[in-house]
Structures are given as C-alpha cells and as structure tokens.
Design a protein around this ligand. Structure first.
Ligand code: CA
Length: 232
C-alpha cells in the first residue's frame, strides 16, 4: 500500500484511476492543476506520482522538473505525444516512466506496480550494496553504495534508470543482454518488444560516457553488451 498522487485535470479519468488504485489498497491524493500538484507533492510526500503532461496553469513537465529538484519520488508521466519521450525521460525533466494516451487501466496499474516494486528493491539493495566494492572498468568506476558513476574521478550526471542500466551491463562484462531482459530487470515489466525505452536510454548513456560509451556494443537482433577492449 502506497500514497499515490494523481495529477490530472480530466476529472473522469482522475476519478477512474483513483477508484482502481484504491481497489489495489493504495491511498490516493488528487490534484487538478499544475500548482496544486507541486504543492501536494511537497506537502504530502507521496510514494509515487502519476503526472499528466497537459495540466492547466503549469504543465506536467515543469511540475516534474520542480519536484525532481528536491525528490527522487517515482514519476509516471501521462503524455499524448510519443515523440517527446526522450525529453520526458531525460535528465532535463526526469520522469521514471511514461504512458501515451489513450492507455488501458490495466497497463497503468502494471506500470504503477513495477515502479512501486522498484522502490522496495532499491530499499533492500540499499543495505546490501553498501557493503559492495565499486565496479571498475578502466577509467570507469560505478559506486553502488553512493549511486555514482565516475570517469577518471569525474562524476557523470545519470538519471536513476541510466545508472541501473549501466550497472547491469558493467556488472557482467561481455555478456549479451536482450532488450526484453533489460526491460524486465531495470524497468520491472516487459513491454513486448515494441518499446524504444531501452534503446533510448542506451543512446543517451553512450553520449554521456563519451569514448567509454563505445564499450556498450549493440548485439544485432538481440540487445546490448558491455565489452571493454583489451589493454590497460
Ligand atoms: Ca490533461
């Protein structure tokens, strides 16, 4: 059971989501415009936010940006424009996941469950990872206890999902991971192979890692592999 904020101005949709989330045992808060969504997020500290992009007075992107400045609460963005996914999930906005309207309630509940499961896993891993040594590959260092990736001692600005993806790849050098596997392990659900989420994140991760990004190889017809070239 979690406290979930629904920030959505379409009253009928908001109430429908509320009903289904309450049926799952969650406590639901509702906000119907941008400023009140920001206020409730700050004041009531929900465990998860379902955030519509198109909100009156302050749009969902801006609400997301503002909430992100002070909180790592999982944010599921509702959007009508699938072409803007890169921005929504990127560092600039920082949502954890998105759904394109129209979506099925079943799909939304699955995403919510996956995000909430991640929080639980992170909490468990938090105590276990503290004892782990950092993963090191050449100049790249991935510190699991601090959730920090560095190249030559310089911190790389990664979103939580980019960090998890990098950790998964670097932890098993040379192993080829399918997109479905990465989707399941990092995002907690299987999108059925039509989803661009993994590719989008790998693309951005490569860019941020510079020359080391080239070590993340594409395995044609499958997915990705972290392959450090031989040498020092
Ligand atoms: Ca709306």
């Amino acid at each position: 059971m979690a406290a979930i904020l629904i920030a959505e101005d379409e009253r009928r949709l908001s109430d429908l989501l509320r009903q289904h989330l309450e049926d799952e045992g969650h406590r639901v808060l509702q906000a119907f415009d941008g400023p009140s969504a920001e206020l409730v997020a700050r004041r009531d500290r929900p465990d998860l936010i379902v955030l519509d992009w198109m909100l009156p007075r302050l749009d969902g992107l801006e609400v997301c940006r503002r909430v992100r400045r002070e909180s790592v609460v999982p944010i599921l963005m509702l959007t009508a424009r699938s072409e803007e996914i890169d921005r929504v999930l990127g560092l600039e906005v920082g949502a954890d996941d998105y759904l394109t309207k129209p979506f099925s309630i079943r799909e939304l509940l699955a995403r919510v469950r996956a995000l909430l499961r991640r929080i639980d896993l992170d909490r468990e891993a938090g105590s276990a990872d503290a004892a782990l040594p950092a993963l090191v590959a050449g100049p790249l260092r991935v510190d699991l206890s601090q959730h920090l990736a560095e190249i030559d001692g310089r911190a790389i600005d990664l979103t939580p999902k980019e960090f998890e993806l990098l950790t998964m790849l670097v932890r098993h050098p040379g192993r080829a991971f399918s997109r479905d596997y990465l989707m399941d392990k990092v995002w907690g659900y299987d999108a059925g192979g039509s989803d661009r989420t993994v590719d989008t994140h790998v693309l951005r991760l490569r860019r941020k890692l510079g020359t080391i990004g080239e070590w993340i190889e594409t395995v044609w017809g499958l997915g990705y592999r972290f392959a450090r070239p031989p040498g020092p």
